[in-house]
Write a protein that binds this ligand. Structure first.
Ligand SMILES: [Zn+2]
Length: 123
């Protein structure tokens, strides 16, 4: 019993004491952090892309809904997405979360919104 207590004290004493960590201990900690990071980074990237994809689909649906409202008011669909400004809060038409280079385009005969960026399929 006395031996175990001494051993436990020894471990905590070493951590709390001024001796610090050995190189091997630091390397083990760094290796564990590296393994965790290599597991976390790809899944975080995947989750971010999946969220952007869903936001883009929601944008398309919102623009199409605005196009239908425009149709009710004007008896025709808008020629371009910019014509729908009045149907969004603060006149801001939603932008593709993947970047401003990807424009939403609208079919003026059906009100269907097409999108120039190919959505990344989330698995
Ligand atoms: Zn998009």
């Amino acid at each position: 019993m006395l031996r175990i207590t001494k051993k436990v004290k020894g471990i905590f004493g070493r951590i709390k004491g001024e001796r610090g960590f050995t190189l091997v201990e630091l390397l083990i900690v760094l290796a564990i952090i590296g393994v965790l990071a290599s597991i976390a980074v790809p899944s975080i990237t995947k989750a971010v892309n999946s969220a952007k994809e869903k936001a883009c689909q929601a944008n398309i649906m919102a623009i199409e809904a605005a196009a239908h409202l425009y149709y009710v008011d004007n008896n025709t669909y808008p020629a371009k997405v910019e014509d729908l400004k009045d149907y969004f809060k603060d006149s801001e038409i939603p932008e593709c979360p993947f970047g401003a280079n990807y424009e939403y385009k609208i079919d003026s005969t059906t009100g269907e919104v097409t999108h120039s960026h190919t959505p990344q399929q989330s698995q």
